[in-house]
Design a protein. Sequence first.
Length: 342
Amino acid sequence: MNSFWKTLYIGTVVIELGVMSFYGYTVYRKKQIEKNVLGVTSVNPIKKENLIFPPDAKLKYFYESKPNTEEKDQRGWLPYTATYTINSDSLNERFDYSIEKQQNVFRIITLGDSFTFGHCVNTTDNWPEQLENSLNTKLKCKNIQKFEVINLGGAGYDIEYIVHRYKIRGMKYQPNLILWLESGTGFIRYYEEMNQLAEMCEATKSADISQLELNDGDPYNEYACWNLSESETMKKNDGIIGMNKLNVFWDNFYRSKGNTPFVYMLFSYIEDNHIAKAKKWTDNKLNTMLYTGIPNIYEKNGTLPDWHPNAKGHKIIANDVFQYLLKNNIIPCESSLPENLQ
């Protein structure tokens, strides 16, 4: 082999190794991020005295915030006090929304868990509120006078609870669009079972918390029983049994939403096997879109110490959703601006 071909061969090998290393790191990084997210976001950040538990024969542990309340959320690892303003319909919202939709109002319902509720950020800073601000200040539409973005997010909710919340709170608002932000926990969380295990753990002090505690004031300390209960629930419901349960929840949702346009939104860090599940739930469904490009807020300093979005992270999410809706013509805005100013 002459020197030219030898040099070319060595260069090719180096490039291939570099590509393989980068790909390996990317896969590892996605797994680490999703592992961290799934490990800490199942906790319910609302104090129990500020919750109501509507009686339901099937959902023993389903909960909502008390209507017309303001809660201060202060934690040892949080450098400020977060304020949640709960409206008359038990939603983490600045405003009350009339059941009857006014003429020329485009109404969006947002669904999800604590990432949509706005765990440990002020109500004004969560992504549905910021999206509502952007839609009303950045768009000039002939056919839409006002945008309403109604936040049905619930801290700690799994898919079953999110669907139930939509049925009892969201359907009556007759939305023009439904946005569901998936943090990643929806693929593995079964709240009814998990809560039973967590209660037993707290009651018996059976959790080996020493393995989970890192430092005094560390956010992980708060989630010891939740982490263990989630891990046990995942083992119990892994594979086909778990998928069958989730399929039932999703079928229930599609029956409830009817023809309303719907976007299921995933972060870019979500693992491929979970994306495959999301595709099964959304493929060939009426007026349904799957978006897997929500930016990785963990690499943009957009998170709190417990991996939930901070105010910056919520802004990143809101801006990306705003751009996605416009680029894909999901908002039917007949612009009142000249083309050169759009």
